[in-house]
Design a protein around this ligand. Structure first.
Ligand code: SF4
Ligand code: SF4
Length: 439
């Protein structure tokens, strides 16, 4: 694709990067076939190629984003299905991230939108605040009909019962938390404990720690590590996202240079994709670039770390048939497609792929709260596809997908299927407790 940035514009490293990405696109349109929003809406401006044109126009003009561009960029899930399909290796993720930051800096959203986005950015990355908000949402549920549609959607997503926080999971820590390996230590890894996942389903971190310990890994929760910043990053709030990235980089480098780290384990794939991109995110920050690149290289999805370890079924779980939902951030963002399925099979489960597996479930960070109509269509399509394989239960590696799929299965008004994280199934099969909802 030809571009026409001025030399002055190209002096900005972010514009220079966008220019390189844009020039790789050859307009072939292959990406449109696998884009969820184009599949639903059939509008070229809601396809990757259409969005790339809109972003090019916006950046070349160097002016405030228009309402049209914002509408179509906002509808993008950042599912990155287009990056898997693109034969020219167009780095759509970096382009749309830059577009979102430009929109955030130049476009004045309607007041309701600004308030909602501000509220989400204030709540979700902070487990204490989020926990209190969910308690409020549970009390407000009976009055949901009185609220605007977007707030109604938020209430619906709130769990009916708020799980107890893990006993070890305090807000502030004065030293790292260490969970020793069982038997001989094979690896020492840091765990990203995250933000929303810790509140919505603390059992996932517990299962991850138990499983890694059982397989010979010492797990450390580094002092000062926390939310990865992905939620703010996807809303274009770069300063806040970069501040969280720097805090995590400082925390993990202190561990790596101290007692040593073989990996930084991430068990929410949306966060994993973000942490693996820290090197790019902070590349222009001389004080942090080298350390951020080290952290990005150490970051691994939990399935990548487990693949090197010996998972042996203990006989505690039956050979259930699991429908494996491949989270977009895992399959498209991190190109991890086989490891979770291989691990589940090694643990004794039968694993079925879900039809239309390349299509997003509609969760996509805060997408199901900001774009509820499209997200609900994708959710229902995903739930129907999952149901079609006739599995006993569902496995996935990302908290957003787990909540969204559970919501979709509930909406079908058929008997519920247990939905749990891949590590919870592996933990059960190797001697841990049953995942929730399993009879
Ligand atoms: S990231 Fe997903 S929704 Fe966005 S353009 Fe690419 S395929 Fe479409
Ligand atoms: S598939 Fe790649 S090269 Fe082709 S239009 Fe889409 S982004 Fe451009």
């Amino acid at each position: 694709m030809q571009t026409s940035f001025t030399l002055a514009q190209l002096a900005d490293p972010d514009i220079a990067e966008a220019n390189t990405i844009l020039r790789k696109c050859v307009h072939c349109g292959f990406c449109t076939a696998t884009c969820p929003t184009y599949t639903l809406l059939g509008d070229e401006r809601d396809s990757p190629r259409g969005r790339i044109y809109l972003i090019k126009q916006m950046l070349e003009a160097g002016e405030a984003a228009t309402e049209e561009t914002v509408r179509h960029v906002d509808r993008c899930l950042s599912c990155l299905s287009c990056m898997t399909t693109c034969p020219s290796s167009v780095h759509y993720m970096h382009l749309v991230d830059h577009a979102r930051a430009h929109i955030e800096q130049t476009y004045q959203r309607p007041l309701g939108d600004r308030l909602l986005r501000g509220l989400l950015a204030w709540l979700l990355p902070h487990p204490g605040r989020f926990r209190w908000a969910l308690r409020g949402a549970m009390l407000a549920r009976p009055f949901a009909g009185l609220l605007p549609a977007k707030l109604r959607g938020m209430l619906r997503m709130a769990p009916k019962r708020l799980p107890q926080a893990a006993a070890w999971d305090g807000e502030e820590r004065s030293r790292p938390l260490v969970f020793p390996a069982e038997g001989e230590r094979r690896k020492r890894v840091a765990l990203l404990t995250g933000c929303a996942q810790r509140v919505l389903d603390p059992a996932i971190n517990d299962a991850t720690i138990r499983l890694l310990n059982r397989l010979g890994c010492e797990v450390v929760v580094a002092q000062g590590s926390g939310c990865c910043g992905a939620l703010e990053h996807h809303m274009g709030q770069e300063a806040a996202a970069h501040a969280k990235a720097r805090a995590n980089v400082a925390a993990w480098i202190a561990e790596a240079d101290g007692a040593g780290l073989d990996a930084i384990v991430v068990n929410a794939s949306g966060c994993g994709t973000n942490v693996k991109d820290y090197g790019f995110m902070l590349r222009n920050d001389a004080a942090w670039a080298e350390r951020a690149a080290r952290v990005a290289a150490l970051a691994k999805d939990v399935s990548e770390v487990l693949l090197d370890l010996e998972i042996r079924p203990s006989g505690s779980a039956p050979a259930l048939r699991l429908a494996y939902h491949s989270a977009c951030s895992l399959q498209h963002g991190q190109k991890i497609t086989q490891a979770p399925k291989q691990l589940l099979q090694r643990a004794g489960f039968q694993v079925s792929d879900v039809p239309e597996g390349h299509l997003c479930c509609g969760s996509a960070g805060t997408y199901n709260l900001l774009q509820p109509e499209l997200a609900t269509q994708l959710r229902d399509r995903k739930a129907a596809n999952i149901r079609s394989v006739g599995a006993d239960a569902v496995a996935a590696g990302n908290i957003g997908c787990l909540v969204q799929i559970n919501d979709g299965l509930e909406a079908q008004q058929q008997p519920l299927l247990p939905v749990a994280h891949t590590v919870q199934w592996l933990d059960w099969a190797t001697g841990g407790p049953k995942p929730p909802g399993v009879a």
